[in-house]
Design a protein around this ligand. Sequence first.
Ligand code: GLA
Length: 508
Amino acid sequence: MIRKMVLTSLMFFAIGSTLMAADISGAWYYERTAANGRKTEGYYVFKADGNKFTGRSITSRSREEIVNGVVDGNQISFDVKSWQPTGKPAAYKGTLNEDELRFTQAQVPQKGQPQETILKRVSPSTEFNPPPSLAALMPQHKPLPPFKPIKSNGLAKIPPMGWNSWNKFHAAIDDKTVREIADAMVSSGMKDAGYVYLNIDDTWEGKRDANGNILTNERFPDMKALADYVHAKGLKIGIYSGPGRTTCQGLEASYMHEEQDAKSFAAWGIDYLKYDWCSASAVFDAAEMPAAYQKMALALRATGRPIIYSLCQYGWLDVGKWGADAGGNLWRTTGDISDRWASMSNIGFGQNGREIYAAPGHWNDPDMLEIGNGAMTAAEYRTHMSLWCMLAAPLLAGNDLRKMTPETIEILTNKEVIAIDQDKLGRQGARVKQDGELEIWKKPLAGGVAVALFNRSAAAAKMTVRWADLGIKKNPKVRDLWAHTDVQAHAEYSVEVPSHGVVMLRVK
Ligand code: GLA
């Protein structure tokens, strides 16, 4: 009996330890077709140490780090590390049976079934020759020079002003339209109001020539000639690329061609580069983002041409903390804006707290303006303009400058409001008071302060600002920047603010 028990437990122990030792090490391949027919292919590489493992996943769209892996019998669990420093990792669980591995997300946040990923072991080692279909997906991961804080390029001492093609035109942008916008920028008074940069966003890109030089597509037959045209108007010109292999529209981007592209841009006469992360997660780890941005900053500087450098990575990885050190003059803080009150106001009012990162030479960028694109009211567009100026945000109009109503021109070219944005002290404003949907914001200026009373609610509201609350002495000189009138206000100022509207003051 005792013998039998010992034998059984020995057998149990033996089976248990084989299960414990199930080895996940090696390279694993998967292919999956989503309900919408979209195929994803990729591979995972795992390295085991006892029953613990780490690894990474690489697909055509992303490169992710795997941590906290545990093999327990044939059960596995692991976490995919979040890109956000404060973000939670995503937990996965599944089973490992010889050369087949299956897993799903441990908690599925949205409704519906968790999607299972089924992988086949393609190599027992992390070094392997990928099949041709995969090799095409997998660019060589070229290590970047280590990140080292670099000094400012001396540009953008005040927030850049100009126009960008994306919000209105998306992919329907071409040489002719850019020239007409340049003409309109001058004739509409936009140039006089301070708008200088004419930025071509995504979809100008063609293929590369035999020497790897980036080419324009047929809609931009001669970028140098276009830049000359824009410069002849006293304006400057900007362009768009990214650190990945492709842009957000799937066109050629600058991965492994950074120096070459910077030289092409400089040779064309480019004055501003927006560098958009997009597909770069497929070639870089999250932690490499600052170094990937810095690489292009250095490449631009090496050309000797002054080029404003705009980081577009949607605010990931606390960009305010390293954007300037990476060589950026501005960095996006959020996802894309749209011409809707909810989008604009959530983005704009959500900037509070980021003022610590803005200073002359480098700015938070809450995205381009939607003023004049038609889906918001005049009051909402005035709020948009006022808020962006309170935020010392780059002012990049995103509408069709050739077809502006007098009201759109009046909002975009209000010089008293623009002066708040362009104030040389270079401080971003912040919220000082909030009463439900009524907010008071303050921005320190080289002389005095700007104060904005915002009413985010659905009805007009009376708002009062007390100077004492803002540290302002009694009887200041006050000017209403939208009414263009001086205001008498001894100890406080009360005013009716329209729904979704603003009253903006300069107080001395
Ligand atoms: C991203 C950016 C946008 C725009 C598009 C172009 O979405 O955030 O501002 O540049 O790409 O494809």
